[in-house]
Design a protein around this ligand. Structure first.
Ligand code: COA
Length: 156
């Protein structure tokens, strides 16, 4: 595998990025319906239009191998209202193709996002990681993330 580079996503990559998102969801054990994907890519394009630094892709020889999507302010992300003085950003999605893992791409995508989010005034960054996703958890802990809260769900 050649060297990777990290660049802002461009609109022409929408279909390619959507395919990667399908791989990501499938790996999490979910077959995403078309309406989900439509909504997902609309959100990505919206974020990109707002600030292209929030939608970064990692590529190798012109092919997308990973992406990181973030938001500058957790409290006004998609209508979530929290303490507006809380300067926390949020990493919304992070994925690297299986065959390209353990080469530092995920770390590079995250560090790129942190640097930018810090430069625009964020003093913390949050993310959600599933129970059982030990790989990702280890990586996040190595990068300084600590458990902040438990997200509880009850089946109805
Ligand atoms: C989580 C994920 C993005 C990590 O991507 P990645 O590109 O493999 O990440 P890195 O290569 O930077 O780091 C992975 C491991 O490789 C190690 N590593 C980093 N650079 C390396 C290099 N140059 N050579 C060898 N190992 C390296 C890291 O130390 C890390 O080890 P650790 O997990 O024991 O701490 C990827 O596994 C993934 O897409 N998983 C599925 C989706 C997912 O779980 N997303 C996050 C949920 S919020």
């Amino acid at each position: 595998m050649g060297m990777f580079e990290i660049r802002p996503f461009v609109r022409e990559q929408a279909a390619e990025l959507e395919k990667l998102q399908v791989l990501c969801e499938e790996e999490m054990g979910w077959d995403p319906p078309p309406e989900y994907l439509e909504e997902w890519i609309k959100t990505v394009i919206g974020l990109h239009r707002q600030d292209s630094n929030l939608t970064k892709v990692a590529s190798v020889e012109g092919r997308i191998v990973g992406y990181c999507l973030s938001v500058k302010k957790l409290h006004n992300y998609e209508g979530v209202v929290m303490d507006v003085t809380w300067k926390s950003a949020y990493v919304w999605d992070l994925f690297v193709r299986k065959e390209c893992r353990n080469r530092g791409i995920g770390t590079a995508l995250l560090k790129d996002a942190f640097e930018y989010l810090k430069s625009v005034g964020a003093d913390k960054v949050g993310l959600l990681v599933n129970y059982g996703n030990e790989n990702a958890k280890t990586l996040f802990e190595k990068l300084g993330f600590r458990l902040w809260s438990h997200f509880l769900v009850k089946r109805l």
